[in-house]
Design a protein around this ligand. Sequence first.
Ligand code: C2E
Ligand code: MG
Ligand code: MG
Ligand code: MG
Length: 281
Amino acid sequence: KDKGKNSICFYTSDINDRLLHYQRITALLRSAVASGSLQLHFQPQIDLNDGEMRSCEALLRCFDENSQAVPPDVFIPVAEKSGLINRIGDWVIEAACKQLVAWKGTALEGVRVDINLSGKQLTNQHLADQILQTLHNHDLPPSQFGVELTENEVIGGDEEQIGQLERLKNAGVHISIDDFGTGYSSLVYLRKLPVCSLKIDRSFLHHAMENDSDMAIMQAIITVGHSLGLSVVVEGVETTEQDKLVKMLGCDLAQGFLYARPMPADLMPSYLTDMVRITKP
Ligand code: C2E
Ligand code: MG
Ligand code: MG
Ligand code: MG
């Protein structure tokens, strides 16, 4: 309120303000879904063995009435709470497929797009069918599509929900556990889950430069991941020192501002032609 009528304050403890915030973001999301003003940005994932990009992550962007980006960490929780996440999630699936089709005939043909799924979406029993049907409608192979879920969302899931992930994986969809290491899972659990990749949460890398125990945790995740036949992706690589470290530790893929920030789809082709060379091992 101190900032004037039209400013937003995302972090407030006041219940009234929280309610206003919730109502405001809900209204914003409703109109964004209705008017089609949501956007996907894409962030390359780099194969550390050859510096190539074969997959990217789709990250949702929502803009307020002043065209200011509202961060997903702010609007996704509101979308989940209000139930709008299902409609928004459907939009993301459709938009990712449309983008893959639009990239046909460009340097990005054949790339895989990984979307983020909210645990709430998995409670929709038709989610797996819906994803496979959408891919089919766009004439896309499931191998060009991936989903990321956090470990708590996967482990908190019941058999029906795990079954859906299994169906997706069996059809060829790539399944990643996002922000790995920050949840409560035991590594043994991984054996039973339909998973292809682990994405190590960026907090480990950021501390690993100074902190031996974070480095040890990263090494352990990589070792266990590999011994279970999973590929290991590291998030949040920002510096060349971190790039060196993750290569030394044996990570398979990396994602981070050092290689590329999330960008609108139309910038991806020039990224591919201009930037990949910088990251060759
Ligand atoms: P996430 O899935 O873990 O995505 C990675 C986040 O890290 C992204 O933030 C990305 O911009 C950021 N990032 C990438 N490289 C770096 C780096 O080098 N340094 C730092 N500091 N950050 C980096 P973003 O786009 O703000 O998304 C935040 C979270 O919102 C995502 O975390 C994901 O959990 C959620 N999210 C985004 N899009 C969707 C969506 O379509 N559906 C759902 N359910 N969640 C989404
Ligand atoms: Mg993610
Ligand atoms: Mg993550
Ligand atoms: Mg996250």
